[in-house]
Design a protein around this ligand. Structure first.
Ligand code: PRP
Ligand code: URA
Length: 209
């Protein structure tokens, strides 16, 4: 089973409460999604490999550490995953960005794929799949299946809020994938929305409702 990390850092918990608030408008909502993604990315990159580098400080020469140059890709699940990209790129400026377009059919809540464009060398990259909401898990499971079909072997999922049902389903469907979250909420409601959640993440980011 992959690692499951629910981040309890005070900065994340504070920002998450403002994010959830029904009175938080799109501008602030977008900033918070990006800031929380940045903080989750910090933890999710903890195991990036390092190598030695010779550095000359103003005082003396020393052996420091540098990232071993492992290639990274960030893949947001459209639309809401887009909100997490900027915060991730702030820490991983050389990452390539792929896109996978999925929406949940409102009747069946099954994911419908409409777009997939990934870096050509995706099989050689550590892939960070990002989507703020993990509800039934259908979208994340499908996205990761598509990314694996194109050869990717090292995948992590970064979300902000998950329902227990979605977390369970994702961990079972892709046991090799580490999962990083800001909160594990209580449940799904009858419309498969996360309770207490934050509502529809895509609509709140883009102001479409
Ligand atoms: C939301 C969210 C996830 C998905 C989660 O997207 O951003 O992708 O639902 O639900 P699931 O775990 O049950 O699959 P939505 O389908 O609303 O599409 P949108 O981002 O285009 O609005
Ligand atoms: N998608 C969302 O944006 N919010 C939910 O609560 C569930 C799915």
């Amino acid at each position: 089973m992959g690692k499951i990390v629910v981040m309890d850092h005070p900065l994340i918990q504070h920002k998450l409460s403002i994010l959830r608030d029904v009175n938080t408008g799109s501008k602030e909502f977008r900033s918070l999604i990006s800031e929380i993604a940045n903080l989750i990315c910090y933890e999710a990159t903890r195991d990036l490999p390092l190598e030695d580098v010779e550095v000359e400080t103003p005082i003396c020469k020393m052996t420091g550490k540098t990232l071993a140059g492992k290639k990274v890709a960030i893949v947001p699940i459209l639309r809401a995953g887009l909100g997490m990209v900027e915060g991730m790129l702030a820490l991983l400026p050389s990452a390539k960005v792929g896109h996978i377009g999925l929406y949940r059919d409102p009747e069946t809540v099954q994911p419908v794929e409409y777009y997939c464009k990934l870096p050509l060398d995706i099989e050689h990259r550590d892939v960070f799949v990002v989507d703020p909401m993990l509800a039934t898990g259908g979208s994340a499971i499908d996205a990761i299946t598509q990314i694996k079909k194109r050869g990717a072997k090292h995948i992590k999922f970064l979300g902000i809020i998950a329902a227990p049902e979605g977390l369970d389903a994702l961990a079972k469907a892709h046991p090799d994938v580490d999962i990083f979250l800001a909160s594990l909420d209580e449940k799904l409601n009858d419309h498969c929305y996360i309770v207490p959640g934050l509502g529809d993440a895509g609509d709140r980011i883009f102001g479409t409702k």
